[in-house]
Each structure stands twice: as C-alpha cells, then as structure tokens.
Design a protein. Structure first.
Length: 232
C-alpha cells in the first residue's frame, strides 16, 4: 500500500473515476469534497503512476529509509540533535500521509467507475493494505521517539507503545504527554479505520475469489475429461 500505490494508473481508469466523481457531487457535496481531497493527494504522491513491480520497490525504499532513520536514532538515544528531531517528524509524517491516501483511494474512491478486478490484483491489494497497517506502527514509533512519553526506559519502548496504541490495547504502562496525546489519538483512529477497510475489502471480494476459484477447478475437470476421452 506507497506509497504503496496499487491505485488505477491508466488513463481509462482515471477518466472513469473522474466521471463517477461528478455523479458523486450530485449526491453528496461532502463526500465529493473528501473524494477530491484524496484524489489531490494521490496525484501528489510519487508512487501514484508506478507499475506493480516499481510500486514494490517504492515501498522497500521507504522501509529502508525508515530503518536507516531508526538506526541513527538508536545510536543517538536518549538525546537527539535538532536536525534528527526534525527528520523524526517530517519523514514519518510524509509516509503516513502517503499510506492514508493510498488506503483511502485504493479501498474506497478508486472503486468509483472501476471495472471488474482480477483475483490476483485483489489479493495483492489486500496484502499491501496489511503491510501498510504494519508500516504505520513503525512510522508512528519513530515519531514517538521525538515526543514526550512517560515511563519510557528503552529505545524500543516507543515502538511497543505504537503497537499497543494502534491495536487499541492500552495497557497504560506508558503514557503520552503533551503533543504525544494528539499523535496517539490520530494513530488509533487511522489504525481502526484501516482495520475496518481491510476486513470490508476481504469480505466484499470473497465471493468473487470463490467464484473464480470454482471456475478454474471446473475448467481443469473439463480439460481432464477431454484428455481422458481423447485417450480412449
């Protein structure tokens, strides 16, 4: 999900969405404004027009950047220079916004005027959405390094706090203070929305996956039957 961008990138798909967007405006101005906002973010994303393979590379590059930033932070912990604090805010924030726009566009708005998807594209989309979910934990964990958390004694405590916050477990052993409260609220909301979206997409496409799997099995049976008859 990068942007994990599995969004429609061909001209026909883009045109179909824009036409459907005009129809959406007639139904709901609020929904149309939100859709246009996500569309604008999609156009700003460097990964919006990449092929599937290049999208995978794009995701890996972001992960490598995050790991390098985490490595630098590990050797600087617990005190960070000003430039590193800026990077701990800017780089994760850019990636988080990218993930949110990909999730919204792929999971919801790209379905406007969309044609039937192939099963392999559906499964790839679900896998990338799950990867996005895990990525969010990591990127928010980097942001928490630069924020004020109570009872943090080790470098990895911020990533632990990110996981329990996104999963809405809330053990209470680590508490956010100041701006960290706002960030924790945003993470919990985004994580909750992404969870619903992944489940909704899986459930909505499950009948199609089963139908195509059944068709493939039927074709194999028919092909085997013809081969057996030919041998006879």
């Amino acid at each position: 999900m990068t942007s994990t961008n599995h969004s429609q990138t061909d001209d026909d798909g883009s045109s179909a969405r824009d036409k459907a967007s005009l129809r959406l405006r007639e139904k709901s101005i609020l929904a149309w404004i939100i859709e246009r906002g996500f569309r604008y973010l999609q156009k700003l994303s460097p990964g919006s027009n990449l092929t599937s393979r290049k999208t995978d590379v794009y995701i890996v590059v972001w992960i490598v950047i995050g790991l390098i930033l985490a490595g630098i932070s590990f050797f600087s912990w617990p005190t960070f220079p000003g430039w590193l604090i800026c990077l701990l805010f800017i780089i994760p924030a850019l990636r988080i916004v990218d993930i949110v726009q990909v999730t919204g566009n792929v999971g919801i708005f790209d379905q406007l005027g969309a044609t039937k998807h192939k099963v392999e594209n559906i499964l790839r989309s679900l896998v990338l959405l799950i990867l996005n979910y895990i990525e969010l934990m990591f990127w928010f964990g980097l942001i928490y390094l630069a924020l004020n958390l109570k009872d943090v004694y080790h470098f990895y405590d911020t990533f632990y706090f990110s996981v329990v916050t996104q999963l809405t477990i809330g053990y209470g052993d680590i508490q956010p203070l100041g701006a960290a409260k706002v960030v924790a609220g945003v993470q919990a909301t985004v994580g909750w929305a992404l969870t619903l979206l992944v489940l909704a997409r899986f459930v909505s496409f499950l009948p199609r996956i089963l139908d195509e799997t059944t068709d493939d099995i039927s074709e194999d049976i028919s092909s085997n039957s013809r081969d057996d008859n030919g041998e006879d």
